[in-house]
Design a protein around this ligand. Structure first.
Ligand code: UTP
Length: 297
């Protein structure tokens, strides 16, 4: 049988400091873009690309993140009793998206270390990684676009997007050249370079297909940029050994890892849900001018 990507790792164990104080008790992955938390968008995207099993890496004590996908018998009973069939169906569908496991990362030692925590579930298969902060709306799920590239080339594949000067020093940046269509052959990867040293403006966005060989590097526990164990360094360790490609994915992307980004994601999503944006704008205007307005309900 042809090899396929069956498992995804979703790291959520970072400290979420840019969202303090809410992240004191609510993990960032449970913060919502309108009605759905970030983790739900990520798992939906993975499932739409054929992924069956998801390993969520959590802070110890934040296992409730995986519990979000558990059945809610009392809620389901009430919806049934009240004849709210469509909503009941939606709620049951959430429990069937994928098999979801939680694994703890005891100390936030970096994204690379978080991915290593999933090794016992991933074993020796190539696997997907999705960072829930990066919300991507696309016809073909972004992670599915990466899987298409992996099907052709194997090795590892990262999602990429051209970014402006001010973003370069905050992201992983790739060196390489365009092979065909949206695909780059990667020859170098550097995490958070100085703008002057950056090999390009092509940044890694939080979607990856990884060769299980990255675990060998991660197990060494080497610290990179910012003193953290960097996933970018683990992928870079595979260069010249296995193919590494970047896929300039199609789709609308918002980094919701900051309060402003989260608001932007909510506005983008509101424009897709009929009436939401107009109602919200009318409510803001009414609040500013002190006039009466109907609520969104
Ligand atoms: P970020 O760089 O956004 O860090 O991590 P953060 O800690 O969540 O947020 P800030 O920077 O303090 O505001 C990118 C992804 O990697 C996960 C995060 O949960 C997020 O999904 N991560 C990061 C881990 O799971 N463990 C880590 O040690 C670091």
């Amino acid at each position: 049988m042809a090899k396929r990507i069956r498992k995804a790792v979703i790291p959520t164990a970072g400290l979420g400091t840019r969202f303090l104080p809410v992240t004191r008790s609510v993990p960032k992955a449970l913060l919502p873009v309108l009605q759905k938390p970030l983790i739900h968008y990520a798992i939906e995207e993975a499932a739409a690309a054929g992924i069956e099993e998801v390993i969520v890496v959590v802070n110890p004590g934040s296992e409730s993140i995986a519990g979000y996908f558990d059945p809610q018998p009392e809620l389901e009973r009430m919806l049934k009793l009240r004849g709210r069939a469509a909503e009941l169906e939606q709620q049951i569908a959430i429990t069937k998206i994928a098999r979801v496991h939680a694994v703890p990362q005891h100390e936030a030692r970096g994204l690379g270390d978080a991915v290593l925590m999933a090794q016992d579930y991933v074993k020796d298969e190539a696997f997907a990684v999705l960072l829930p902060d990066d919300v991507i709306w696309a016809q073909r799920p972004a992670i599915g676009q990466l899987i298409d590239v992996w099907d052709r080339h194997g090795g590892s594949v990262v999602a990429a997007k051209e970014v402006p000067d001010e973003a370069v020093e905050k992201l992983g940046i790739i060196a390489g050249k365009l092979v065909s269509g949206p695909v780059w052959n990667v020859t170098g990867l550097v995490e958070k370079p100085k703008l002057a040293d950056a090999p390009s403006h092509m940044a890694i966005i939080g979607r990856y297909i990884l060769s299980p060989a990255v675990f060998d590097y991660l197990k060494e526990g080497r610290r990179g940029a910012g003193g953290e164990i960097q996933l970018t360094d683990a992928i870079a360790s595979r260069l010249n050994i296995e193919p590494v490609h970047a896929c300039v994915f199609e789709g609308a992307h918002v980094d919701a890892g900051t309060p402003q980004g989260m608001l932007a994601a909510a506005i983008f999503q509101a424009r897709k849900q009929p009436g939401y944006f107009e109602t919200a704008r009318a409510m803001v205007e009414a609040a500013e001018t002190g006039t009466a307005v109907r609520t969104g309900a």
